[in-house]
Design a protein around this ligand. Sequence first.
Ligand code: MHF
Ligand code: KIV
Ligand code: MG
Length: 285
Amino acid sequence: MSDKYADGTAEASLYGGPSIKRVRIAHLREAKERGERWPMLTSYDQYSAAVFDEIGIPVLLVGDSAANNVYGYDTTLRVDLDEMLPLVKAVTRATSRALVVADLPFGTYEAGPAQALESSVRLMKEGGAQAVKLEGGQRMRPQIEALTHAGIPVMAHIGFTPQSEHMLGGYRVQGRGEAADSLVADARAVCEAGAFAVVLEMVPGQVAKRITHELAIPTVGIGAGPDCDAQVLVWQDMAGLRPGRTPRFVKRYADLNTVLGKAARAFADEVTSGAFPAAEHTFQQ
Ligand SMILES: Nc1nc(=O)c2c([nH]1)NC[C@@H]1CN(c3ccc(C(=O)N[C@@H](CCC(=O)O)C(=O)O)cc3)CN21
Ligand SMILES: CC(C)C(=O)C(=O)O
Ligand SMILES: [Mg+2]
């Protein structure tokens, strides 16, 4: 593609590109046409959002994984809209360039288009989100169509959908063998219904590749191999803040858990020893 942007660059890069003031869904479609891959991270708070926005992560997701990574629930099924909204507000206030997508929590859209619309309007009107994400393929057609017609961009999410873990029989790869065709049908359905992008979670790399080539909209992989248009990770997994065993699809790019633990240990030791606060931290009369 040779679209000319305002600053005259012929091929504006989405990732950290200087010519895009605010990432919009059309930019993501154009990036796909250019064959340009892009990153997405979750964010649930002001400082992580500001860092990711500043370094040029084009899309931030206020995921319902906040259930696990903010609120300490054992499953995403537990989080509700009233818990999600303050996090969405924090992330949208802290960003100026990234497109902010908010997850619709379990139980806030399944009943039908009217419920999906009501919940999405709250995420956008109160939270300031620029798009919403929901889980499900063919069965979510009516919701995706209604939201899209109401002017709300929808990111779909198929494959392993954590909100359906009890139906799917746990955290497992979806779309293996025979099931590949129904996954492809889900991808086609969300695209036809008007979704602007689709998350593929824990699906075989070959199936993700086939879907990515077939669809005009970007695919966002998490445990879906290298051939997706974009990749997403939970930020505390990516930065090594979350302790313990991580899913196979995670790569840790830092060890924030150790860094933060060391800082807190040093602070604690200096308080105990009396080394902190020193003169420079102390006001004089
Ligand atoms: N911190 C965090 N990271 C995530 O990726 C994430 C969340 N939270 N919360 C919501 C969902 C739940 N997700 C998960 C959670 C665990 C596995 C997991 O344990 N996977 C194992 C088993 C796979 C298998 O048995 O086939 C793995 O090794 O990948 C996968 C996805 C993805 N999402
Ligand atoms: C992992 C991503 C895709 C997600 O849905 C979440 O963080 O809630
Ligand atoms: Mg989610």
